[in-house]
Write a protein that binds this ligand. Structure first.
Ligand code: 4UU
Length: 557
């Protein structure tokens, strides 16, 4: 075990503040795109982005220039600094170009799950008042229906051409933004700062419906720096050189904060080659691993289980892999052990990392890279600090082995929830501490472990399923009076949603009917795989809050 020089600091009100890994972050006031492209000349001719399905690629110089032309075009079609643009794209090279281009234009990018239904997309577009959408031909009909279902009026819709599906009439081909942008005048000097909002991904946080998470340029840039200052260079991240370039299959969705900042922006800033996978199929993933000499695997636990279990993945496909990083959901020691049973020859060369964080922390907050501590989420990142607070007594914890709610403070903590001061105040409490809704403890070396979840959020394959969202939908069913949704453990998905339904008097909807009702209206991972149980009452506290723990105790444990 490594001894760490961590000294708990007393706060003014009895807080026990646990500082992050020692060190100082370099000063920076860069915006996100400035930071991502700052070293681009060093790897201008290396490949930055490449489609794992079609081979369409962009060098670093092309990616940077294309983003700049997209920025000019977006301003030219009337978008103004601070407008929200929705990016609804699968993982394509153009997803990065669109995201960074919009950001360079001073727009706020809200990323939307490309598997969402009309119902889900329209909700997000309305909530953030999107002024434009960038999407792909395949999903354009769904997106146009969602815009039609909203009150947004006629907004520009830009469509990436996949060469298969025609682009709907009335939309703008993405390629035009690049080619026409080139002859537009350069962008005027920027009028916004790194304290302004850059990205608006959605998260339900500790309670309720999905909310826009306001991440500033500074939040996102500082988080990249924090990881680079804490996690040793050489294994977990390597700057491209004349003779070496990281090769990373970009399989985790870029709309989620993990893909967006911890993979796309972080790795583009060091010159990595991202091979984007527009969909997750075992065949496509296997073919990418077979074809490219992958150096770095950034995964969520289900992908690690897949690599371990699938006969399509030959052990030699990972021969050049230096590290596997897991995040977004718990990874157990047994999962790592089983991985090494299959990839025997990698035992002494490959390293496992585990990143813990939230959309609200841009996302990385703690990171474990110590081989003797699989299952731990490791140390607090340099530049930030945390507290553990007993959820019942509200007293700060300062001894190893005792569990409490994890609170986080630092330059990576969001500005707040978009147009939702009440939720912001409940989540970021006095002194700037963000409540995570996760229960954790630490050991003698100040390595942390997540032991439980206080918040109602369900995580299916690492994706958020907010119970309140499914409950709201269930209440619109003609036979349903009230509903409560909880997560139940599942070996394949991590957790799956299960619904408890109180029917309207005299009604008796079938489980099949309720499942169909939900499953046709939400994305696949939100489906009610845990089943539906009819009940004659939903347990609630006096103020009407659903007591999910009671349901869990009665029906699950
Ligand atoms: C146990 O999933 C994320 C962020 C993922 C991330 C973090 C650091 C990826 C790479 C990285 O290096 O964000 P959200 O907002 O979708 O979900 C946040 C919640 C947490 O509150 C916690 O409950 O997801 C859970 N979680 C984890 N749980 C996130 N990471 C972990 C983890 N172990 N490593």
């Amino acid at each position: 075990a490594v001894e760490r020089k961590i000294k708990i600091v007393d706060g003014p009100n009895g807080e026990k503040i646990i500082p992050g890994s020692p060190g100082n972050l370099p000063l920076s006031t860069s915006t996100l795109s400035e930071y991502v492209w700052k070293d681009v000349e060093k790897f201008a001719n290396k490949i930055a982005l490449e489609c794992g399905e079609t081979g369409r690629k962009y060098t670093y110089a092309q990616a940077r220039d294309s983003s700049n032309y997209v920025a000019r075009s977006l301003r030219n079609i009337g978008l103004k600094v601070g407008d929200v643009v929705a990016v609804i794209l699968p993982n394509l090279p153009e997803t990065a170009v669109a995201f960074l281009g919009a950001s360079e234009a001073g727009l706020i990018v809200t990323t939307v799950n490309f598997q969402y239904t009309v119902y889900e997309i329209s909700k997000q577009l309305i909530d953030c008042n999107a002024r434009a959408v960038i999407t792909a031909a395949e999903i354009a009909p769904t997106v146009l229906a969602a815009i039609g279902n909203s009150n947004l009026g006629k907004i520009p819709v830009v469509v990436v051409d996949d060469g298969v599906q025609p682009i709907p009439t009335g939309t703008i081909p993405f390629q035009d933004l690049i080619t026409k942008g080139k002859s537009l005048p350069s962008l005027p000097e920027r009028t916004w700062s790194d304290e302004d909002v850059a990205a608006l991904p959605y998260s339900s946080g500790t309670t309720g419906l999905p909310k826009g998470v306001m991440l500033t340029h500074r939040n996102l840039v500082r988080n990249i720096m924090m990881v680079r200052n804490t996690v040793p260079e050489g294994i977990f991240w390597n700057k491209a050189t004349d003779s070496f370039q990281e090769v990373i299959p970009s399989v985790l969705p870029l709309f989620h904060i993990y893909g967006m900042n911890a993979i796309m922006c972080t790795r583009l800033s060091i010159g990595s080659r991202l091979v984007t996978l527009p969909k997750f199929t075992p065949e496509l993933f296997a073919s990418v691993l077979a074809k490219y000499k992958t150096t770095t695997l950034l995964c969520a636990p289900p992908i690690i289980l897949f690599l371990t279990a699938s006969p399509l993945i030959k052990p030699n496909y990972l021969d050049h892999v230096q590290c596997v990083i897991s995040g977004a959901a718990p990874l157990g020691k047994s999962d790592v052990d089983r991985f090494y049973e299959k990839f025997q020859s990698l035992r002494s060369t490959l390293h496992f990392g585990n990143g813990y964080g939230l959309t609200e922390t841009s996302p990385v907050a703690l990171f474990n890279w110590r081989e003797d501590k699989y299952g731990s989420i490791g140390e607090v990142l340099c530049g930030s600090s945390i507290r553990l607070v007993d959820p019942i007594t509200n007293v700060d914890i300062s001894e190893p082995g005792k569990s409490g709610e994890l609170l986080i403070k630092g330059p990576h903590v969001m500005k707040g929830y978009y147009k939702n001061e009440a939720a912001t105040k409940e989540t970021i409490i006095e002194g700037g501490w963000l409540k995570t809704g996760d229960i954790a403890y630490f050991d003698e070396d100040f390595d942390f472990y997540i032991s439980d979840r206080l918040k109602e959020l369900i995580k299916v394959k690492g994706f958020q399923v907010p119970p309140a969202e499914i409950e709201e939908l269930l209440r619109t069913h003609k036979d349903i009076e009230e509903a409560a949704v909880i997560g139940i453990p599942d070996s394949r998905y991590g957790e799956v949603p299960k619904a408890f339904v109180l029917p309207k008097s005299g009604r008796k909807p079938s489980e099949e009917d309720i499942k169909n009702f939900v499953n046709t209206r939400v994305a696949e991972y939100k489906h009610l795989r845990g089943g539906v149980t009819l009940v004659d009452s939903i347990p609630k506290n006096p103020s009407g809050k659903i007591l999910r723990i009671k349901l869990r105790d009665k029906y699950v444990n």
